[in-house]
Write a protein that binds this ligand. Sequence first.
Ligand code: FAD
Length: 431
Amino acid sequence: MDFSIDPEFQQKLDWMNQFVREEVEPLDLLFPQSGAPYDKKNTRALKILRPLQQRVREQGLWACHLDPSLGGPGYGQLKLTLMNEIIGRCSWAPNVFGCAAPDSGNADILAMYGTEAQKTRYLQPLLNGEICSCFSMTEPQAGADPKEFTCTATRDGDDWVIEGEKWYSSNARYAAFLIVMAVTNPENKPHERMSMLIVPAETPGINILRNVGGMNDSDEEGHHAYIRYEKVRVPLDAMLGKRGEAFKVAQARLGGGRIHHAMRSVGLCNRGIEMMLERAVSRRTQGKLLADHQFVQGMIADSAMELEQFRLLVLKTAWMIDKLPPGSARMHIGMCKMSLAKVLHDIAQRAVHLHGALGTSRETPLAKLWMGAPALAVADGPTEVHKVQVAKALLKHAKPASGLFPSEYIPHKREAARKRYQQLLDEPQKS
Ligand SMILES: Cc1cc2nc3c(=O)[nH]c(=O)nc-3n(C[C@H](O)[C@H](O)[C@H](O)COP(=O)(O)OP(=O)(O)OC[C@H]3O[C@@H](n4cnc5c(N)ncnc54)[C@H](O)[C@@H]3O)c2cc1C
């Protein structure tokens, strides 16, 4: 196993590290409003953003999650992990590097399932960073359990007519189009009841009831839309993928999204640990530096070890996605998803705590870091759902013990061991 990084790629990472810290992080401070990186009408922010995106393109680092056929360098997930660890440090960086969620996932499914016309109209401008998009799946009464979805699309002549409510449709207020999951075949099996429809944002009947703010957003009004679709009409060719295949289409985007969140949370944790280290060697109490107190040393060591374990899991998962047949990394993606919020929470909590009152204030990035953890435990499916899937994947290959006791039952194993070496054990011992 070789953990070294190709020196040429390391140079790119070094460039990114400096670029993000010096040129991109200021955007988080100048435009901290929730969803600000997705607002394509904020000309003041765009004046700064566009030249930064151009520099990323010149470095060949634009939209690195994409294959060359779609305009990316085709680096694969392993290199993407190392990049996302840097990009994850701040809110604006994913947009500067052309890999922001949910646009990256939406681009993936448009590339995989879109018709040529859909690709021209939606995919290309999305890849160019000219527009942003929304993925509208979760329902207020159903969470993300497709068996409970009630938002329907009914065929009427040459149109689909969408009716129902969606919850937490991030960035709907800024999106040029929404990808909506709706029940088109209620008579089918639960996972074959829904289809995916592309709805241009200007279509009449898209009623945003509220833009919900997350707890880590800086303003009351947020960017997670509660939407009522009121007789929203789209033509038949607005369907993305086949009728009844929305679940399959959604799965294709969620795997990538989950691992990208995991990679970026490594970046967030790194930022928290960097701050802990600086604090520990800056602040004195009881006649010595915090760094010289064993409790503090314990916090630092626990944080570093937990992050290293998590990071290795993410890197291995990325490697599996790159090298093994499609679907092989599913269980590992679930493991990344179920670990990430806990690792981030525990590290952020220690970093906040080490900074005392200042840590609990809004005057360091730590408050946002800490408040980001609950959302990561819920977005893309709650932790429990992933735990269940990981356990089921392992249990599928488990075999029951053949008798009353486990196959590792020592009295039986000792008996078997004796039998195996009986002849040698029976030979007279030489003195
Ligand atoms: C920041 C953020 C952005 C989001 N963006 C989008 C978006 O762009 N588009 C979109 O469609 N959705 C989006 N979502 C919604 C997200 O997909 C849902 O929040 C998530 O799937 C869970 O649904 P829920 O919030 O209704 O929680 P619920 O389903 O009500 O779950 C609440 C809790 O119940 C328990 N629980 C739920 N299911 C199980 C289970 N199977 N086994 C055991 N316990 C369980 C867990 O403790 C869970 O945390 C976003 C969410 C967040 C937080």
